[in-house]
Design a protein around this ligand. Sequence first.
Ligand code: PMP
Length: 338
Amino acid sequence: MDIKNNILETIGNTPLVQLHKVVRDLPCRVLMKVETFNPGHSIKDRMALKMVEDAEADGRLQPGGTIIECTSGNTGMGLALAACVRGYRCIFTTSDKQSKEKLDILRAMGAEVIVCPTNVTPEDPRSYYSVARRLSEEIPNSFWFNQYDNLSNRLAHYESTGPEIWRQTDGQITHLVVGVGTGGTISGTGRYLKEQNPAVQVWGVDTYGSVFKKYHETGEFDEKEIYPYITEGIGEDILPANVDFSVIDLFEKVTDKDGAVMARRLAREEGLLLGYSAGSAVAGLLQLRDRLKPDDLVVVVIHDHGSRYIGKLYNDDWMRDRGFLDTELRVRDLITQK
Ligand code: PMP
């Protein structure tokens, strides 16, 4: 018999899938690490379970305790899965720009979700960081996981995502491309791969409105870089402890429009219905095409599933209202002409 004891045992060992049509202008093979195959449909199941296990191991999380976290949804889903199986309560704070689908899914998993304003500074008492901190101080037997600074986050990827990619590519990977939010995925995966082969290039994908690229290039935390954007899951207005800038070779910024349009193309041309940051990651890679050679083997890590964006990215009215659909229509015309 081949039986999993519980749903948490299905986390990881996701497939690598090759891209074809959307990367036809690139000289080399591009593989997607499709993390939507995790039980919570995102890569965050890996770090959520690791954060719970580490907090249990050192007593920060006690039996029957309350997990508190600021999350755009995917980390919340992973934590909610772990909480169901291991008997914890969850309270999540999130920002008001997140998809309704993400919040509804968290509530369906038994979590309490508190929606906070996006356009306030992290120090503002209304921000989702501040509300999470306050709740963790007020609620007895609770623990705020703080995925930004909790290093179990990047360790999860050092221990699982990195070794899987190394094994699946038979050590042939030359480039890792990852959208960066907390920085856990790129830092843990990138460190493991560079330890196996220091020549592996690690490229971070950032958004306009985020501080990462400028900070990486100049060491300056430039507040002028910070402004509202639509892309979900990547880019930050803080420098999380999980971002290990020393393993990242470069950052590339992608516009809200280019990320959204590429996500639509991945669905229609490759059969991959993925989240917003997947579109951004592939669009970022295409912007960097001049740096690639025929023998390269690129792995793009895909964070989450498109089902969470049906009312947004995959809704024509939503796309049109933001001026994103003109390109999409051209893309559709191109396909039908072929
Ligand atoms: N894409 C999505 C959809 C995410 O939810 C996240 C996590 N914020 C990321 C990308 C970035 O991953 P990480 O936090 O590991 O940098």
